[in-house]
Design a protein around this ligand. Structure first.
Ligand code: HPA
Ligand code: ZN
Length: 348
């Protein structure tokens, strides 16, 4: 149990949000690919991009919904061909994460986006795992991988992807479900998730970003997930909110993503405070930071600026929730919690 929180003056809140230790649980590593690195890898790998320059690519980052983003996100990922490319992408993320005082990160990756272009599963997983090991050695970040199935593809394709990844089972801790949500409800993947459960893999799924509360219920009941990614539409169902609170089911919320993909009209209208007030284990994450205008600390600082009802106690709760919701060992969670309390004591 944390001691009583010290009083923190509001003008010190942005610095505290940046300084506090935190876990990032919702980051698509392909969504951390900055335009400069996309162009560098395109040159190295002789991939032709449908954009003339870094500026032209960045100018295309105006999205109307999830699908309009995914189209550009998959185009950006087309420059990744070799093990070294996957390492370089993840290493660039870890440098940003270390600067943001991320102590633990669980990275999503989308193997089907790459194997469809002829990239070997080995090169994807080994390149990313190498960066994870180095992040631990150099930055003390504990870094894990979660393999995501693309939900716009079939369950048979997800099952084949799982089989292709099993020789590298030691390198990932769980599976997730991402890509186009509407029209692809969680139950479409019930069998592959059952197999993952039998294999001892952790399970998460995107649900309730654009999809209705019924998709969140399906992820819980049919996929037996341990976290919901996004989940912000849960507030449309009071019974579901009660269940999520009772089961202490974490939600990995991504405020800047939600505004960029028009899930909320503005940060000032985001429901993060309402989720916390409902007693939910909400966390703050970046989703696809290169595309949505900010890494995890930008998400924290901009959201707290836009929602003045959020104060230091909410910041503490969100960091604590991120440790609780992680798949890290209990001893690590206790250590990060002590570091969190120390950061608050220093800021007072
Ligand atoms: N939602 C669904 N799929 C995704 C996302 C997202 O926010 N980012 C990358 N793939
Ligand atoms: Zn996501």
């Amino acid at each position: 149990m944390s001691p009583a929180l010290p009083a923190i003056p509001r003008d010190r809140l942005p610095a505290l949000l940046r300084a506090m230790p935190k876990a990032e649980l919702h980051i698509h590593i392909e969504g951390s690919l900055e335009p400069e690195l996309i162009f560098e890898l395109a040159r190295r790998n002789q991939v032709t991009l449908p954009y003339a320059s870094v500026e032209a690519l960045r100018a295309a980052y105006a999205f109307s919904d999830l699908q309009s983003f995914l189209d550009i996100y998959y185009a950006g990922a087309s420059v990744l061909l070799k093990e070294a490319d996957f390492f370089a992408m993840a290493w660039a993320y870890f440098e940003r994460a270390a600067a943001d005082n991320v102590v633990h990160a669980e990275l999503f990756f989308d193997p089907q986006t790459h194997t469809a272009r002829g990239v070997a599963m080995r090169d994807i997983v080994v390149g990313l795992a190498h960066a994870c090991r180095r992040a631990h050695a150099e930055f003390g970040i504990s870094a894990k991988l979660i393999l995501c199935f693309l939900r716009h593809l079939s369950e048979a394709e997800a099952m084949a992807t799982l089989e292709a990844a099993l020789p590298y089972r030691e390198h990932f801790i769980g599976v997730g479900l991402d890509s186009s949500e509407l029209g692809h409800p969680p139950e479409k993947f019930a069998q592959v998730f059952a197999r993952c459960r039998a294999l001892g893999l952790h399970r998460v799924a995107h649900a309730g970003e654009e999809g209705p509360p019924a998709y969140i219920e399906s992820a819980l009941d049919r996929l037996q997930v341990e976290r919901i990614d996004h989940g912000v539409r849960c507030l449309e169902s009071p019974a579901l909110v009660q269940r999520l609170a009772r089961e202490r089911m974490p939600l990995t919320v991504c405020p800047l993503s939600n505004v960029k993909l028009c899930v909320f009209p503005s940060l000032a209208e985001h429901n993060l405070k309402a989720l916390l007030d409902a007693g939910l284990c909400a966390t703050v994450n970046s989703d696809d930071p290169a595309y949505f205008g900010g890494y995890i600390n930008d998400n924290f600082v901009q959201t707290f600026a836009a929602l003045p009802a959020l104060d230091a106690s909410h910041a503490h709760q969100l960091a604590l929730n991120s440790f609780e919701a992680s798949f890290a060992p209990a001893a690590d969670k206790l250590r990060w919690q002590a570091q969190l309390d120390a950061a608050f004591a220093t800021a007072a």
